[in-house]
Write a protein that binds this ligand. Structure first.
Ligand code: AMP
Length: 225
């Protein structure tokens, strides 16, 4: 069982690298951000509750995301392990995950910590455009990876959108939250011997190659706790 966590600030490439790792490792990628955005889009009770929080770039309450991950990781496709993208993001979430997995006789195998300086992150988020078609999910950047036609997905011709929380003020808020609430997780997982650091600056393929090598030779392993 391989339970991999992707750790890194907003815009560090967790989604992009997670998609590649999902294919390489044949494990499902569970993104709390994607799941919450889906709930917002569908207007569920949960979606209505979290929409203003997400729009402001703040974190939704721990018990909500812990509940989502608790349920989702018990689905059959997670029986061989999973990749967590965007969870845990606070110490209480990391502790809840540890308890949850321990009760199931497993644990966190490796934590890939993607490091990118703040100024690069702000530029990436502010210029990021996403395909609005969930089945496509292509990611663009207005400067470094623009679509052939502005605002239109090259792959499926759907409209491209700028996430409300990718606007400059919300990105600043998300980065501050990251430094304050999520960065301490690096020490938590370092102490458990499962932290693997990777430099996240560069083209997605370059970073993926670095990540692959770091995971193969790095801390942790494919085992359980
Ligand atoms: P992401 O797509 O991972 O950047 O997540 C987008 C937004 O969803 C975040 O800014 C939070 O508002 C919310 N969110 C996603 N994952 C979590 C989490 N583990 N804890 C709290 N809030 C989360």
């Amino acid at each position: 069982m391989t339970n991999l966590i992707l750790l890194g600030p907003p815009g560090s490439g967790k989604g992009t690298q997670g998609e590649r790792l999902e294919v390489q490792l044949s494990l499902p990628r569970l993104s709390t951000g994607d799941m919450l955005r889906e709930a917002v889009k569908n207007g569920t009770d949960l979606g209505q509750k979290v929409a203003p929080i997400m729009k402001a770039g703040e974190l939704v309450p721990d018990e909500i995301v812990v509940g989502i991950i608790d349920e989702r990781t018990q689905e059959p496709d997670c029986s061989g392990g999973f990749i967590l993208d965007g969870f845990p993001r606070t110490m209480p979430q990391a502790e809840a995950l540890e308890r949850m997995l321990k009760a199931r006789g497993t644990g966190v195998s490796q934590v890939l910590n993607i490091a990118v300086p703040d100024e690069v992150l702000i530029d990436r988020c502010v210029g990021r455009r996403l395909c609005s078609n969930k089945d496509c999910g292509a990611i663009y950047h207005v400067k470094t990876n623009p679509p052939a036609k502005e605002g239109v997905c090259d792959k499926c011709a759907s409209e491209l959108v700028h996430r409300p929380d990718d606007r400059a003020e919300a990105v600043q808020e998300r980065l501050q939250n990251y430094h304050r609430q999520t960065e301490p997780l690096e020490d938590f997982y370092q102490a458990r011997g499962v932290l693997v650091n990777v430099d996240g600056v560069g083209a997605p393929d370059e970073v993926f190659e670095r990540a692959r090598q770091a995971l193969a030779g790095g801390a942790g392993g494919s085992g359980g706790a």
